[in-house]
Structure formats: C-alpha cells, structure tokens
Design a protein around this ligand. Sequence first.
Ligand SMILES: Cc1ncc(COP(=O)(O)O)c(C=O)c1O
Length: 373
Amino acid sequence: MIPFNKPFLTGRESQLIEEAMSLGRLAGNGEFTKKCHEKLSADYGLDNCFLTSSATSALEMSALLVDLQPGDEVIIPSFTFVSTATPFALRGAKLIFADSRNEHPNVAVAELKRLISDKTKIIVVMHYAGMACEMDEIMELANQKGIVVIEDAAHCIGSNYKDRPLGTIGHLAAFSFHETKNISSGQGGLLVVNDKKFLDRADMIWDRGTNRKAFNQGKVSSYSWHDHGSNFYPSEITAAFLLAQLEERTFIEESRKRIWNFYAERLKSLANIGYQLPKLEEYQSNNHHIFYLICPSKEKRDGLIAHLRQQDILAVFHYLPLHSSAFMQSKEEEIADLPNADFFSDHLVRLPLFVELKEEELEKVVEAVLSFS
Ligand SMILES: Cc1ncc(COP(=O)(O)O)c(C=O)c1O
C-alpha cells in the first residue's frame, strides 16, 4: 500500500531526546522548549511563541485570551477542521460560518463583509494547504471594527503571504505539529502572539493560570492563581523531538517541493478534462503541504479514490463542512447555505505526499490517476 502520509524521522530525534533526559527536567517549559522558540523566531520569523500540545490547544488559548462574553459572535470558515471551531464553541460564542472562495477553499472576503455584525468579536481564517488568505483586506476590515483576527495556520509552517510569514499577520496564530504536518512532533502545536497586548495573559494562561513566569524571574516571592488557564505546554521530550525536525527544515521542504512539482507537471493535462489543479495567486507562497485535485463531480472524486485504493494507493478527501455538521444541526439554529464549502468537500481529493515517497511510487500514483480520468 502507498500510504497517504508517513511521518518523517530525521534521525536526530532520539539523540536530542536523550539530551533532554540527561538534563533531568522533563515536564516542559525548559531548555528544549526555549531552543524551539528561538529557532522558530530565527528561521521562521515567528516571535512571542508558546509551544502547545496541539494546534487545538493553541486555538483554545486564543479563545481564552480574547475573553469572549455570552452573545459574542465568532466568524469561522465552514471548510476547515473541527478544531478551528470547537475552542470558540467551548467559550459559549455564537459561531457564524463563512463560505469559501469560488476558486479556492480559503474563506471569501466578501463573505466576511456580509457576516460582520456589531457582535463580531473574532474572525478566524484558515490558510488551506499553506496557501494564504487575502490578509491585507481581512486585516483592514477587522481593524476598522476592532475585531481580533486569529490565523489557523495549522498547515502553514514555512509559508508566506506576500513576503510575510503566515502566522505573523493576525493578532494571534496557531500552528500544528501533528504527524501529518510538514514539521512534526507526533502531536504538537504553537501559539504565536503578534498583538503584544495579549502577552502577559498568554504567559499565565499557558501555565495553568498562574504567574509562575514572574516567580521564575524573581519578580514575586511565590506564584499563585491569577487567571483562566490550563496545562498547555508540551513536555521537554516533545520539544526535543520538534527541535530535531526544525533543524531539518531545508531537506523536508526540498523533498516535498520535488514531489508536489512532479504531480503538478505530470497531471497538468487533467485541466483539459474538467479537473482543477492547485493554482496559486501572486500573494500566495507554497510550502507544499498538500497536493489536491478538484474533480469534475463528486462521482468522479469518489470513483478516483476507489480506483486508487484498488491499486493500493491511499488518496483521501478533506473536510466535511462544519456549518451542516451533526453538532450544528443539534443546536436547532438555521443552517446557512454555503455552496462553495459543500463543493470543495464533495470534489476535492488529496494525493499521497510525504518525504520518503519514492520515484517509482510517485510514478505509480500518477499513472493510476491518469488511467482513471
Ligand atoms: C486547519 C486545521 N486546524 C487545526 C487542526 C488541529 O491540529 P492539531 O491536531 O495539532 O490539534 C488541524 C489538524 O489537522 C487542521 O487541519
């Protein structure tokens, strides 16, 4: 079977984990967490970093930071992973779902304009496949109305909007280091705090709602409970694993780029028979996180997945729209019609893409796709 994903190991993980073990401080927020924060700043331009145990928990930290009140509205794309929404549902916000653009799964700016109300407190954007949303327009819209923008940058490590790294533009941003992501620590995540007004509370929320940071810095004689919070940070073992991956950024990026470009070149003829291949806008860069095809119909998409499966190739669809999920239906609220989110859910397929995908396996995938369509 050619799997859809195979987590890449650099070979340095166990060495760094042993180093972490030898330091005798395993619980987190130690030397290796610090080294990851420094590397994320130096290599990716991400400052004010807080490693977390997942992107989901980084988004939960963001929801706590914004201090949502009952009745506040949060605008969220429908075509995204459930974790883009659950942190805000947990805080009691009213979720307002926005549709995708016609040409790309990313949220449409016109939709945000349509949905903003006096109650809108947050807009969450998700950059699908590491391809940026229209951030200048979105930030202008939000800043005019005092709305907080949170980037769900789960797919985005190493990708840019124009010349700015994704995850540095919204007021807050969340990355994932889940095993399916370009850089992984098995499970893992990161909150980036770009609006400094959130920084002091982020320190406390990250560490169970306490002022332990001030205590560690010798500013107070004991630490105690000051705010909401949780145990958001990963262990030093996880941070050591992540550091090994961050160190191999160039090799990982080059390998994924080679595979992505191979698909794009060898499958481009599909555009003549009704398929859409990923097309990047000028403002988008590509971190080669996902190679997707948009099929001419749902029947074709499901048929292609089944055809590839018969040939021992695992290709997968992507998100089921959140606006019509069982959870939202159970709320008995009116369910909006979001045709583009439904369209991408029904037509999109992702092909295997991982560092160790071999030339002959790539050839096999391409031939299998071409022989179906
Ligand atoms: C868009 C998006 N947001 C959030 C997440 C959650 O990431 P994690 O598994 O690190 O919590 C994912 C996971 O794949 C995702 O695709």
